[in-house]
Design a protein around this ligand. Sequence first.
Ligand SMILES: [Zn+2]
Length: 425
Amino acid sequence: MIVISAEMIGDRAGWEGCLPCRFRRLDEGETYSAINSDSAGSTVSGSIYVVDGSKHICVANAGAPEDRIRIIVRWCQVRHDLAPAGPGGNWEATGYVRCGDGWREVPVLVTPVRKELFSRTRGLFENDMLAEKSVFVAGLGSVGSVVAVELAKLGIMNMVLMDHDRLEVANVIRHVAGLSDVGRYKVLAVADAIHEKNPHAKVETCNRKIAWDTYDLTRQYVRRSDLTICTADGREGRLILNKLCVEENKPIIFVGAFRRAYGGQILLVIPHQTPCYQCFLQALPENVIGQEAPDGEQAPAYSDRPMEAEPGLSNDIAPLGQMVVKLALQRLIEGKPTTLQSLDEDLVASWYIWLNRREAETGYSELEPLGFHVNGMHVLRWYGVDLSRDPACQCCGDFVRHAAEREGFEVTAEDMATFTTSEVR
Ligand SMILES: [Zn+2]
């Protein structure tokens, strides 16, 4: 079997010529596919030779000398016994695989990828609604990689991925990329995984770390995107992204798992409407921030610190990614008439907590067992926290005025001008 997409020839009605292309060799040579042949893996060269149906063409003359695969496509009058129909008529495709000095004829599957890809999700919402949206995913670890691929499956057609890490064997069990991707930059492995699901998605990758030296670059990514999702480790990168999103007035979702993934939390920031990440940090009790140990293993339950070594089960991390995607989707289609619109009334919290278990030596060890309870905090349920913005927030609030009032001195408008947020780093 040889597989090609209808788009490769469908909009070329009446066109004649030769299209060189790459085919992935699969199933020990039983299958060759030109769909998504840009993804990693070995490919062989081939040609799609398109001619008018009335002309005779011999396979030996229909392509380049190095071809391993050749397909002859003949345009025909519209005939209902030939499928699939292209916009300009029908075609008949015959495939050949090089076999010694000759060619072996094999069937060709011509499949309309673009049309079929989201055909079964129609009715939930119009996928085209998301085609113009752009999402920036910072951090492509166990949560970020799943989120990025899930977004592509929703029909998000524009994505920027940023992460400086390469994939290690220990990551694989919780990551969308597999062992064959070990050693690769995570962003490139995830871009391939996205294209496996949605070959038409435009994915830009950046293998640098979010830090002050990538500040301006990161701002460009934030500015160009409708939504930023931060799954990256590290307080500094998170604060930088928070600051950029507040300045650019763009929503951002932060997600982090607690140690050994006994739970996790998500913060949705809509600048100047909901608490920003800095407000969130300021809302944590001071003794909690003070207690934060240098490694995530010792971090308290409600710390924002992600675990460093990802020692959780994939199953325990999955709920975090799925909730991030749900919140992201809801932001991107907000106010649109879809079957998901009622969720706007449900997902009103800006801070969500999930617990996989009643972890010993945490504030949650004495929680009431889940049982049949519906009220209050329990394991294996999302718990929304009503968190307020801090009017004196250093990032999204009026920090200088509040500090002046607290300390009892006056600040003039001129003084204030020297404290514009874009100047403070
Ligand atoms: Zn704030």
